[in-house]
Design a protein around this ligand. Structure first.
Ligand code: SMG
Ligand code: MG
Length: 370
């Protein structure tokens, strides 16, 4: 069916608790949703950029601008557009992977709904449900952190990731390990907050038998990560540095990463995310699905991806209630076995509920196609 236009909808969803990382604190998820419309159908996409360019250089206002000013006009001449056309037509534009991924996701949802195919079947997913980890923000005190971790474990989460930064690393990790025992699957994420000169300090995390340390150094420092990996027994995992399948291949070849966090927004879409998965699988490198505090729209798509066979570690694919009192889609729930079900309906298998969407929408823009 011919695409008639694209609606950009900005939503503001309050988080159930502030989420603090080494680069800032978030209390509300300011997200951009895209709805691609035909005469008798639609498809939804979510842009994972934050309000501020702190996780990466992208941010919501910038994504809306590049989409309306450059990307949608470049796609507008092709109302029969499919996901791979989006990728090909936007390739000449440098950067902006999160904005590109959002429109690719919406077109994927639209076209897969037209053929009653689920995203997970399209991508090659094999799991019906995926084990859920939870990412725990930096807290004001260790007792507060222990309470938070305790709460998540009693809900059934199977893996804990602690956000770390200089001044909040060895002691919180020690406290969590001592309180919850050796069997707890535990990992840390620094979001680029350290430098190679901190290697000796970071080696103090080694005795705690972590699954991995995620992105301790700046995103363009692959050599630094390789050097640090040689000095730590904790496995190195890259997030921000892995911007494409090629970057993943380079990082693996350099010895800069032995596990990879895959976020479709960071690599420009689900088609590229699958290539990252495949490159890692071919090199015997395990992957897991990262998270960007997605609403149910992006969460549905991440779960579809996380069902692929090389996603062998639990992801940051928590249930909706970990983030939102009310999601904009039907909520994703944590099953008794610590897993979240992969949607099987056509396309993403999830769409915004009109009431919730109306409640949280802060801005709507309609861009006609063609
Ligand atoms: O969606 O559960 C989630 C968040 C997981 O820690 C998480 N994401 O670097 O991996 C990461 C961060 C980036 C987003 S922080 C606002
Ligand atoms: Mg990370």
């Amino acid at each position: 069916m011919r695409i008639t236009g694209v609606e950009l909808r900005r939503v503001a969803l309050p988080l159930v608790a502030p989420f603090r990382t080494s680069f800032g604190t978030e209390t509300v998820r300011d997200a951009l949703l895209l709805r691609v419309v035909t005469d008798d159908g639609e498809g939804w996409g979510e842009c994972v950029a934050d309000s501020d360019p702190r996780y990466s250089s992208e941010y919501v206002d910038g994504c809306r601008d590049v989409l309306t000013r450059h990307f949608l006009p470049a796609l507008g001449g092709d109302p029969g557009l499919r996901a791979w056309d989006v990728e090909r037509r936007l390739a000449p534009f440098k950067g902006h992977p999160m904005a590109k991924a959002a429109i690719e996701m919406a077109v994927l949802d639209l076209r897969l709904r037209e053929t009653a195919t689920s995203l997970t079947d399209f991508l090659g997913g094999v799991a019906e449900a995926v084990p859920a980890g939870v990412s725990v923000g930096i807290m004001d005190s260790i007792p507060e952190l222990l309470d938070a971790v305790d709460g998540y474990l009693s809900q059934g989460y199977v893996r804990i990731k602690l956000k770390i930064e200089p001044g909040w690393d060895v002691e919180p990790v020690r406290a969590v390990r001592e309180r919850f025992g050796d069997a707890l699957a535990l990992q840390v994420d620094a979001n680029t907050a350290y430098r190679l000169a901190d290697a000796r300090h970071l080696a103090r995390l080694d005795p705690f038998d972590l699954l991995l340390i995620e992105q301790p150094l700046p995103e363009d420092d692959l050599r630094g990560h390789a050097a640090l990996a040689r000095r730590l027994s904790t496995p190195m995992c890259l997030d921000e540095s892995i911007v494409s399948a090629r970057a993943a291949a380079d990082a693996i070849a350099l010895g800069a990463t032995s596990i990879v966090n895959i976020k479709p927004g960071r690599v420009g879409g689900y088609l590229e995310a699958r290539r990252v998965h495949d490159v890692c699988a071919a090199n015997g490198v395990a992957v897991w699905c990262g998270g960007m505090l997605e609403t149910g729209v992006g969460r549905a798509a991440n779960l579809a991806l996380a069902a692929l066979p090389n996603f062998t570690l639990p992801g940051d694919t928590s249930a909706s209630a970990r983030y939102y009192a009310r999601d904009i889609t039907a909520p994703f729930v944590l099953e008794a076995d610590g897993r979240v079900r992969v949607p099987t309906g056509p396309g993403l298998g999830a769409a915004p509920l009109p009431d919730a969407l109306a409640e949280y929408t802060t801005e709507t823009t309609w861009v006609p196609f063609g």
